[in-house]
Write a protein of this length. Sequence first.
Length: 306
Amino acid sequence: MEQISLRRKTAVSALGQAWDSFRRKILQPRCSRATCSSHRLPALLSSQAPVRFGGMWFCSPACAEPAMRRCLDELRSRATQARQHPHRVPLGLLLLSRGELSEGQLQTALEAQRAGRPMRIGEWLQILNLASEQQVLTGLGLQWAIPVLSSPPVGLQSCASLLPPMLRRELKLVPVRYVGSSNELYLAGSEKADQAVLASIAQMLNCRIQACLVSERTLSRWLETDLGVEEDTTQSFERVHSLAEILRITCSYAARLSSDELRIARGQSQIWVRLSRRNQVTHLLFRFCEPSLAVDADSPYLPTAV
């Protein structure tokens, strides 16, 4: 049923996009850039294809550039802000309170953690055979208030394809279940995911996101396995020096692919761009050569909400 619902949603979305594309061929939407000098000629007579970004239409990727720059400014500013992690009960104390660990066992694990390799306490508890994988996973679920995925999901391959392989490996997240009735996508990870990353995925895929936990061993197996036959259309750009470089590459790809929709969000350590035309999607990932760099000081655009 989940696969049928997912296919139905994809088919309906593709049909709607095809109709929008046909309608724009007859009457090109008005460009949202105030200084645009286009005369709104029909797209059939123009080499430029209109593109939608931030809920607004632009007659070309070049006209959308100022709006994209404002968005990138905001994302870079947000990325440099310190993150505040909520208080949580340590895993060892949580297992101790549940009677699954004694004080002596916890002390043994903590001493091994201090003297040995820098690993999380849950990993040391398993290495020392003081707690099972399921006990640690259940404790982490309680610690972060995230449901634990206890059995392999049905239709994993069709759901996993919603996130390209490179992004799955980069974010260490795998889509495992899509519920069409509520437009919810469940993402599995072995630890608590960054809320900013989940919000970015929700924005990019236009759905609600629910996080769930799986063991690190299970997640590693999924990430190393080809979960689908889809082609990875993700392009990665390392050591980007400026926002201007991101804009130049993005506009070039959007024009070459005749993209009709463009979305930008912040990933875990990168800027994520999604270009789409009907049911064809291309992802661009950008990493700055110096993560500590602030937004360009000479930016003529003020940050605005994405």
